[in-house]
Write a protein that binds this ligand. Structure first.
Ligand code: NI
Length: 252
């Protein structure tokens, strides 16, 4: 069934650190959410990088009711918790648009080192394609099993193709799995699974929505991050409540 887990999906996810799930969204949902993402990109500020790997809108669910439906989609949350095997909370969401012809690659990185978290280990990101994403439009590539590394993780420059491999030379000869997606398909990846995205060489924008979950008991580490910066948190405070809602229950 589209949007449901194949029998081996959980085992594959735990071994590889990522999974491709076809048909998470129905075509009418894709059309509505794509329109909302493109409108949001006109009115919400994008984070800035040296070049332009993507237009990046953070926490759109707090600014746009339609995108909130996508970020809080029960099917997305249920898939995330089934794959992660742990109770989760929403950490934040991102609309990620690679503009036609002028977007560069998003180079290899791990996600979790950028995040101000303690007590988290099962982060999972649902990366939902809102247009068809062949390789030439900027799809994701994963390094299978890289989330099992015991070495220290680092946040690296997303625009430097050599940065992650300089800090993780054991991954230089890793297999790489590139996963083009149809609109409505999604990948789910672990916060410690190395990944990248190709540039958009096509005439159409690559529109994706990432919903990022963390363990339900995650606490604030005190490190700087744009999501927590306005909240006045102290190190050790729980990341919970209405800004970090449980994935699969309505409220807490
Ligand atoms: Ni990433």
């Amino acid at each position: 069934m589209p949007g449901e887990l194949a029998p081996d999906a959980v085992e594959d996810y735990r071994r590889n650190g990522f999974a491709r799930i076809p048909g998470v969204l129905a075509p009418d949902e894709v059309a509505r959410f794509r329109e909302a993402a493109l409108v949001a990109a006109e009115r919400l500020p994008s984070r800035r990088y040296k070049g332009e790997p993507f237009t990046q809108l953070v926490n759109t669910w707090q600014a746009d009711p339609t995108l909130a439906e996508l970020t809080r989609h029960p099917r997305v949350a249920a898939l995330a918790e089934a794959l992660a095997g742990a109770p989760l909370r929403l950490w934040h969401d991102q609309v990620l648009i690679k503009q036609p012809h002028r977007s560069t690659a998003t180079e290899l990185h791990f996600d979790a080192p950028y995040w101000p978290h303690t007590g988290a280990h099962d982060w999972i990101t649902a990366w939902i394609a809102l247009v068809d994403v062949p390789v030439e439009r900027g799809c994701m590539t994963f390094l299978p099993g890289s989330h099992h590394r015991s070495a220290e993780f680092a946040g690296v420059d997303l625009e430097d193709p050599a940065a992650l491999l300089a800090t993780a030379p054991d991954l230089v000869y890793s297999e790489r799995v590139t996963l083009p997606l149809r609109a409505g398909d999604a990948t789910f990846h672990h916060g410690h699974c190395a990944h990248m995205a190709t540039p958009n060489l096509t005439d159409e924008p690559r529109v994706a929505h990432a919903v990022i979950f963390m363990d339900a008991g995650t606490r604030f580490s005190g490190a700087e991050h744009p999501v927590t910066e306005p909240l006045g948190l102290a190190a050790g405070d729980p990341l919970d409540g209405e800004l970090f809602p449980r994935a699969t229950v309505p409220a807490d």
